[in-house]
Design a protein around this ligand. Structure first.
Ligand code: XUL
Length: 514
């Protein structure tokens, strides 16, 4: 019986494969190939390269991703019986484009050659601009003007024109590399490229990842012809069709059956972006659930039935139906670390001791917690600002006000999207802090959960999406994303926090850029 499902996440620094078994409800394995370490010939640093003349230009190599896929499958095939894999899906870093001179690039592979050797002649551009590229502000302005203004772009596509999004990147290549543009017949995303390579056929882009291009009409799940023509001429014919994230792109290509032992009947479910995939892998794709990832920068993910575009947020589609919102905060763990150093305390003091027996009070003590310019909301800052503090105030009260400031800021952005959830799933390095968990619970009025096992959520989400070909997504999420309760809201403090939030918002106002 074929009870196994494989998820592959092609992220920025590495490619991860996760295999789940739906009969025993277990994650069988998770293997990773690190681009810089395992494929040094490409000369990337953490999976990307950037230009000395223009550090805003950042790229990677599609052929490297194909080589990584082969290394990964080679390793996995030594650990599991590949014949038992029923379906495969995947995810990729969002926004990266792959430029091909033919739609037939994937139609026949020579088994005596590597996958990258097979695809090499079909690349019209050897490099793929990736999400870290911020070199397209001129193209963003041009596209917004041509498409009737920024508000229009936001309403149609779910995001304002954004430098790293594929639309602005495509326009830049059309303007500065006209020969490449005209030689190109297909522009894939990382996700649809990897999916095409696996099933040996030109695959569609799924709506969820398509929403990260500033080219899609997000309400109707179709290419927005005004946005497409604001981007570059004849672009429509170069873009793959859009498809529902649960659709099957095809069976796995014979090449992988012969080389790695897959069964020819194994299905390939269309790949999606890493963020929509993570939403599933965190068990947060159900309506009214959110996830907060506390990493280098903090990220707020939410799933919603309807979408309300907000300037600082991005709306993508949710693989489980409806929409997902994503807000990134630059002042995340790095800011927490700097504040901890400023207070001269260790992490135990910062995360736990400061919050022991804490009773929220209407004390007017507010901190704007920004060490660097913030993007959500847009403001300039190089150090936190204190309001209502006197020199005698303890380190504990400063740490609590700092954490409250971070949580207030997340709350205000979530509220703008109309996404105050009943349940929040907390992940990332700082999610172990009980102080942060309780503050989130009290400010949001939501129950806070932690994921029991910390795994690559995008690869797990991809494996779950592969399995959703045969099982219900919601039951797969509860099977593979077990949660433990971390904090419950203390309703008796909700009025205090409503007032403090108001004060925080008032202190923030003068700093906001328009
Ligand atoms: C989202 C974004 C990144 C990439 C890489 O808009 O740019 O999260 O998807 O992971």
């Amino acid at each position: 019986m074929k009870s196994l499902y494989l998820g592959i996440d092609a992220s920025t620094q590495s490619m991860t494969g996760t295999v789940i078994d739906c009969v025993s409800s277990t994650v069988l394995l998770s293997e990773s190939v690190n681009f810089e370490r395992d494929l040094p010939d490409y000369g990337t640093s953490a999976g990307v390269c950037s230009s000395a003349e223009n550090p805003l230009e950042v790229w990677s190599y599609p052929l490297m991703w194909l080589d990584a896929l082969e290394v990964l499958l080679g390793r996995i095939s030594k650990l599991v019986d590949m014949k038992k894999i029923s379906a495969i899906s995947g995810s990729g870093q969002q926004h990266a484009t792959v430029w091909l001179n033919s739609r037939k690039a994937f139609s026949s592979y020579d088994i005596s050659k590597s996958l990258s050797e097979n695809i090499r002649p079909f690349l019209s551009r050897e490099k793929s601009p990736v999400w870290m590229d911020a070199s397209t502000s001129v193209e963003c302005r041009e596209m917004a003007d041509r498409a009737g203004g920024e508000k229009n772009v936001l309403r149609k596509t779910g995001s304002i024109m954004t430098e790293r999004f594929s639309g602005a990147q495509i326009r830049k290549i059309f303007k500065f590399e006209p020969a490449v543009y005209s030689a190109t017949q297909r522009i894939h995303l990382n996700s649809s490229f990897m999916c095409s390579a696996l099933c040996g056929a030109d695959s569609p882009i799924d709506y969820c990842d398509g929403a990260g291009m500033n080219l899609m009409d997000i309400a109707n799940f179709s290419w927005d012809l005004d946005m497409v023509s604001a981007c570059a001429p004849n672009l429509c014919e170069k873009l793959p069709p859009l498809a529902c994230p649960s659709s099957v792109a095809g069976n796995i290509s014979q090449y992988f059956c012969e080389k790695y032992g897959f069964d020819r009947g194994a299905k390939v479910v269309v790949f999606t972006g890493d963020n929509p995939s993570s939403l599933v892998g965190l068990g947060a794709s159900g309506d009214g659930v959110s996830a907060v990832s506390l990493g280098t920068s903090d990220t707020f993910f939410c799933s919603t039935k309807n979408f309300s575009p907000v300037e600082n947020a991005h709306v993508f589609c949710n693989p489980n139906g409806g929409y997902m919102g994503l807000v990134c905060f630059r002042n995340g763990s790095l800011a927490r670390e700097k504040f901890r150093e400023l207070m001269g305390v260790d992490w135990k003091f910062f995360d736990e001791i400061s919050f022991e027996n804490y009773v929220p009070r209407d004390d007017g003590k507010i901190i704007l917690p920004f060490f660097v310019d913030e993007i959500s909301p847009k403001l300039s800052s190089d150090s936190p600002e204190f309001f209502g503090f006197s020199p005698e105030d303890s380190k504990q009260s400063r740490i609590r006000a700092f954490v409250e400031g971070q949580v207030f800021n997340i709350y205000l952005q979530a509220k703008k999207m109309g996404a105050i959830p009943k349940k929040i799933i907390l992940t990332g390095g700082a999610s172990k802090s009980s102080g942060i968990a309780q503050t989130l619970a009290d400010v949001f009025g939501s129950e806070i959960y932690r994921l029991e096992a910390c795994q690559n959520s995008a690869a797990l989400g991809a494996a779950i999406r592969a399995a959703s070909f045969e099982y219900e997504m919601d039951s797969l999420e509860s099977m593979f994303c077990p949660l433990t309760k971390a904090a419950i809201p203390r309703k008796e403090y909700s009025n205090i926090y409503t007032r403090k939030l108001g004060e925080f918002e008032k202190s923030l106002l003068p700093k906001l850029k328009d």
